[in-house]
Design a protein around this ligand. Structure first.
Ligand SMILES: [Zn+2]
Length: 487
């Protein structure tokens, strides 16, 4: 078994052998099956000459001896002669292999012609492989070849991309066609574009494949001046800020895919604009004003105020991938969260109590809002001058409740007071909040009994309106046996 460039010749499975021989027979019957249709005068003239040379070989199609001699020639004629011998011998027990992109193409080595031309002719029914036979002609004669499905055409390389080929690419890529533009259905301000001559392919960020589209489509054509005819770029408002496009060469070489080309550029641009402290808001491919951002986020009053405070603090570009307030706040919460809470409440201490560096920003804003509302409520209740320590204890517990609700009062009551009457009232508070059973063990029997009697007065007190508060307090104290003049 002879060792060949790029692999060993292997024993051919019967189906492969049969297919290659069938193809050789079809060429023997009709030479035109391997020939592209020339689309313009220049390519017609060139192809006619090539065809004439091939016809001279093809005319010897029944003479094995002559074909074998002709197959010693290099180039397309030699490959045709070699392939035609297969139609006579009807045998190809050993096949060599040619790597075409990701695929491995089996073919029979006959004569001395180029391997890619032999493989190409033996697979003339494969739109990608059949192009290989015409590669050097394309470069030498400046012709473009397009090959897809049952179509195989050529034209001068200066010609625009053929309409039918654009139609095919539209189907291949699943993109809508608008003249010579192929695009996805979601195009807005920002998109990736790939140009091949007068053809432009556009995709939005979310439609970018993790494949190199140019590499994928260039399997279906040969353009001898491809490097001059192709380009890739990104349409983006960020380019107005003087950032530059990178990774173009890597993309054109095929080493990075569409998605990475886009994301890497965007990442570089962000870093560059951050470094320059450029003030801008980027949302989903658009540069928008602070006002637009507020509208797009659909925020309520306090959220709006929080965002305004944040925007006044941040002195770098803001990049938002999706219009969601919490994710935006989260980016800057460590740095500016406390300032936002302080700005909202006007109270540094309150802000400090609520602020959590790693917590959810929106929840903290909601907590702050609730505290502000409670403090406003608190300020509406009169502050009586009280003599007895029990009275002052009750008043303090009531205010804890107004500021921090049930949770805060329960936490304050976790340690029972010292003084006897206060202890009974403390237990009554626990009962009113539904935590009596749980904390019963902290109290003595007589404290519990008095507490159970006082609970209804405590409930009244907790529900009292500002104007009723002094009288409800007085009533509770009186029942507990304390005569206090609440004014
Ligand atoms: Zn899209």
């Amino acid at each position: 078994m002879a060792r060949k460039r790029g692999g060993f010749a292997k024993t051919a499975p019967k189906t492969l052998e049969r297919r290659i021989i069938e193809n050789a027979k079809r060429i023997r019957e009709d030479l035109s099956v391997i020939l592209p249709t020339a689309m313009d005068e220049r390519s017609k003239r060139i192809m006619e000459k090539i065809e004439n040379k091939l016809i001279r070989v093809w005319k010897c199609r029944d003479d094995l001896k002559v074909l074998e001699k002709l197959s010693m020639k290099r180039g397309l004629e030699g490959a045709l002669a070699g392939t035609l011998t297969l139609a006579i011998t009807e045998k190809a027990p050993y096949l060599a292999h040619l790597k075409v992109g990701e695929r491995t193409i089996p073919f029979a080595v006959r004569g001395k012609s180029d391997r890619d031309k032999l493989a190409s002719l033996q697979h003339f029914d494969d739109p990608i492989v059949r192009l290989l036979a015409f590669r050097d002609i394309a470069f030498k004669k400046k012709l473009s070849f397009y090959s897809w499905e049952d179509n195989f055409i050529c034209c001068s390389s200066r010609n625009p991309v053929p309409e039918d080929f654009v139609e095919f690419l539209s189907r291949l890529l699943g993109l809508r066609r608008k003249g010579k533009i192929l695009e996805c259905d979601h195009l807005k301000r920002e998109y990736l574009w790939i140009r091949v001559k007068d053809l432009e392919i556009r995709r939005c960020r979310s439609c970018l494949p993790d494949e190199n589209t140019l590499l994928n489509i260039s399997k279906y054509f040969i353009d001898p001046s491809l490097d001059k005819h192709v380009d890739i770029g990104i349409e983006s408002k960020l380019l107005d800020y003087g950032v530059s496009l990178r990774y173009r060469e890597d993309y054109l070489k095929g080493t990075i895919d569409d998605w990475r080309f886009f994301e890497e550029n965007l990442r570089m641009w962000r870093n560059e604009l951050r470094g320059r402290k450029e003030k801008l808001i980027y949302l989903d491919g658009e540069i928008i004003s602070a006002q637009d951002l507020l509208e797009k986020l659909g925020v309520d009053d306090i959220e709006k105020k929080a965002l305004e405070i944040l925007l006044s603090k941040v002195d770098e570009p803001i990049f938002v991938d999706k219009p969601d307030l919490n994710s935006l706040l989260r980016i800057y919460w460590k740095e500016y969260g406390l300032d936002v809470l302080e700005g909202l409440s006007g109270k540094r201490e309150l802000a400090k109590r609520i602020y959590e560096r790693n917590g959810e920003p929106l929840r903290q804003i909601r907590d702050l809002e609730a505290s502000i509302i409670r403090m406003e409520t608190l300020s509406r209740y009169p502050v009586p001058k009280l003599k007895s320590s029990t009275a002052r204890f009750v008043d303090k517990m009531f205010r804890e409740y107004l500021i921090g609700g049930k949770e805060r009062l329960l936490s304050t009551l976790s340690k029972p007071p010292q003084e006897v009457k206060s202890r009974s009232i403390a237990y009554a508070f626990l009962l009113a909040l539904g935590k009596g059973e749980e904390r019963k063990w902290q109290y003595r029997k007589e404290e519990i009994e008095l507490g159970e009697f006082l609970v209804r007065y405590v409930k009244d007190l907790l529900e009292s309106k500002p104007e009723d508060y002094p009288s409800k307090l007085k009533e509770l104290l009186a029942v507990a046996g304390i005569d206090e003049d609440v004014t």
